[in-house]
Design a protein around this ligand. Sequence first.
Ligand code: PMP
Length: 409
Amino acid sequence: MATSKREEATVMSELFADRAAIGTESRLAQLFGGQLGPDGIKFSAGNPNPDLFPTAQMQNAFNTAIDTAGNHLFEYQEVAGPVHLRQQLANRVHQTAGINATADNVLVTQGGQQAIDLVAKLLLDTGDEVAVETPTYVGALASFDQYGPTYLDVPMEDDGMDVDALTSLLKTHPNIKLVYTVPDFHNPTGVTMSVAKRKRLVELAEEYHFYILEDTPYRDLRYHGHSLPAIKSFDRHGRVIFISSFSKILMPGLRTGWVVADEMVINKLRQLKETSDLESPAIMLHAVSAFLDNNDLNQHVANMLTTYRNRLDAMLNALTEFMPDTVKFTRPDGGFFVWLTLPENVDTQALLQDVVMPQAHISYVPGQVFFAHQNVHNGLRLNFSGVDEQQITAGIQRLATALTENTVK
Ligand code: PMP
């Protein structure tokens, strides 16, 4: 008897491994990707502004890479990435984050996302306990999900994760293996962890014997105040695995990120990377390396900061002016995102679909997806990096009107 495509798919998907059935699709599928129409304003993106990409300089860097290495560039090369690039990255984390590292402490990965996945693969067996900020970066949860951990929630405060709450949690759960944090201009809240908390976190990792995964792709995008030392800079006993990326400060399409950790950890991560992709495309890594040799990355970042600072300020001003008092919002000093907390009875997913998109032609990311247990419904993430100031002001006003009229009088 003939079977329908759907029945066939159901039968064949029974062959998929358990991990293919774990929540990944639903988590990432909930990130907004729909159409808004001509007067739509999209606060749901998470992307850098493509107008700020150094495309001409990068084109030169690709040419330089090919001119310099010739055919060799297109052969198989080192899994960890070219030693010159690893040295450049070791120098950069020293200069910008206070981390002492050599090229042997660096593994170049395909974006921060691959780095997160490799760390999860290295550390997590089914049921292992992972403490995560609530909310946290959805892509990390999607990676962790694959390894079947048990999540433990740590609340966020205005100066980063609630380290007192983590301390209490460790007393009842002393086997926590991994604490995942986005300490600088956190995705999705925009919050930055204080120096005191960074130090305490390292002390806790020593006392309770766990790894800290410090994921910090936004760290150089600070629009107000001074840069803080990385958590990794306080690490004396190899407890911190540091991840960053060129996605936000150069271009996400380069798919170039890196890990800084103890050599023992780097060697293991390198083996895991090899089993997954043999190596990142050498042309990409040599081009990035040539870009760093021939351009001033700090100057490039400084030029971007003005645009993003104006957008952040426009968003905070508009939120202050237009939002009802019942809506709380974070006041980030950098990054791409502001987080709104609505009254507890509001479900921001339903609100988006029923009111905000059809009536106000605005999109945001409903907050539920950023919670490990998807149990908080009244938060939402706004992106300001991809929207110009006029649109931000107009968009926040429209959003505030929709909220005031419908839910949060
Ligand atoms: N970590 C965080 C906190 C992020 O926001 C992102 C991207 N949105 C990533 C990691 C991964 O980015 P990429 O793989 O492009 O470096």
